[in-house]
Design a protein around this ligand. Structure first.
Ligand code: CTP
Ligand code: CA
Length: 226
C-alpha cells in the first residue's frame, strides 16, 4: 500500500540516508567490498521523498538510477561516507544507515598495481570508523535508524547493535531467508526499537516495505517530529 494522501508527514524535515557498499582500495585496480546492492537504501530514499522529506542520499557505488527529488552524494570509501554523513548530520531529523560499510580497509593503498611475488599472500587491514556509533554518541535530536543483515541470530545481534550504537531503531534481516538479502527486490525484516518493541514485517517488495517502515517510525516519533 503506497501513501496516497496529500498529507506529507515529513514535509519541512531533512532525512539523510546512506546506501550501498563502500569500496576500500588495495591498489589502483583492486578493492575490498561486499555484496550490498543499495536497493533497500534507495527504496528508503524514495519513500522519504514520497512522505515529503528533503532527502539526502549518501551512496556507495551501485548500479541504480538516482531517485527523483533526492540530493545524491556519491562516495566510494567508508572514510568518504563518514565525512559526508558528518556534514549532513546537524540539521537532519532522521538519519537512516542502510549502507553496508566495510569494517576493514587495507592499511596502505599501494600506488602501483601490485605484482605477485613470494610472501605476498597477506594484505594488512585496519578497522574503519564505525560511522553510526560515532554519530550515535553525538546525536542531539536526530532519530537514528540502523540496518543489520545477519546470517544467524538477527534479532539478538540487532538488540546489541541498537544499544551499543545508541540507536532509536534498527531494522534487521536474515540474508539466508529466500525472500531477503543482497540484490533481491524483496525483503523480510523486523523493526526493533529502543523501547524494546519488535515489529516483524512479512516478505514484500523493498519499495513497499520502505514506506511501511518509515510510516511506522513517523507514527512512533510523532512528538519528536513535531
Ligand atoms: N555501520 C557504520 N559504520 C561502520 C560499520 C557499520 O555506520 N564502519 C552501520 C551500518 O551502516 C549499519 C549498522 O552500522 O546501519 C550495522 O552494521 P553491521 O555491519 O550489521 O554491524 P557492525 O557494528 O559492523 O557489526 P558486525 O559487522 O561485526 O556484525
Ligand atoms: Ca559490519
Amino acid at each position: 500500500r503506497f501513501t496516497t494522501s496529500k498529507y506529507l508527514p515529513l514535509s519541512g524535515k531533512k532525512v539523510v540516508i546512506t546506501a550501498g557498499p563502500t569500496r576500500e582500495r588495495i591498489d589502483p585496480v583492486r578493492y575490498v567490498s561486499n555484496f550490498s546492492s543499495g536497493k533497500m537504501g534507495y527504496a528508503m530514499a524514495e519513500a522519504a521523498v514520497k512522505l515529503g522529506a528533503e532527502t539526502v542520499l549518501i551512496s556507495g557505488p551501485v548500479g541504480l538510477d538516482k531517485p527523483a527529488g533526492v540530493t545524491v552524494i556519491d562516495i566510494e570509501s567508508a572514510a568518504e561516507m563518514f565525512e559526508a554523513v558528518r556534514t549532513q548530520f546537524d540539521d537532519a531529523a532522521i538519519v537512516i544507515k542502510a549502507a553496508a560499510v566495510a569494517d576493514y580497509r587495507p592499511r596502505e593503498i599501494q600506488p602501483q598495481k601490485m605484482k605477485k611475488q613470494v610472501g605476498d599472500s597477506v594484505i594488512e587491514l585496519e578497522r574503519t570508523t564505525d560511522i553510526l556509533k560515532t554519530i550515535g554518541s553525538m546525536k542531539t535530536k536526530q532519530i537514528l535508524v540502523g540496518f543489520a543483515a545477519e546470517t544467524e541470530n538477527a534479532v539478538g545481534y540487532g538488540i546489541g547493535k541498537l544499544e551499543s550504537k545508541n540507536l532509536d531503531y534498527i531494522i534487521v534481516n536474515d540474508v539466508t531467508d529466500p525472500d531477503a538479502g543482497f540484490g533481491k527486490d524483496t525483503n523480510v525484516v523486523t523493526l526493533l526499537s529502543k523501547n524494546g518493541t519488535h515489529k516483524p514485517f512479512r516478505a514484500m517488495p523493498k519499495k513497499e516495505l520502505a514506506i511501511l517502515l518509515l510510516e511506522t517510525i513517523i507514527k512512533e516519533e510523532s512528538d519528536q517530529l513535531n
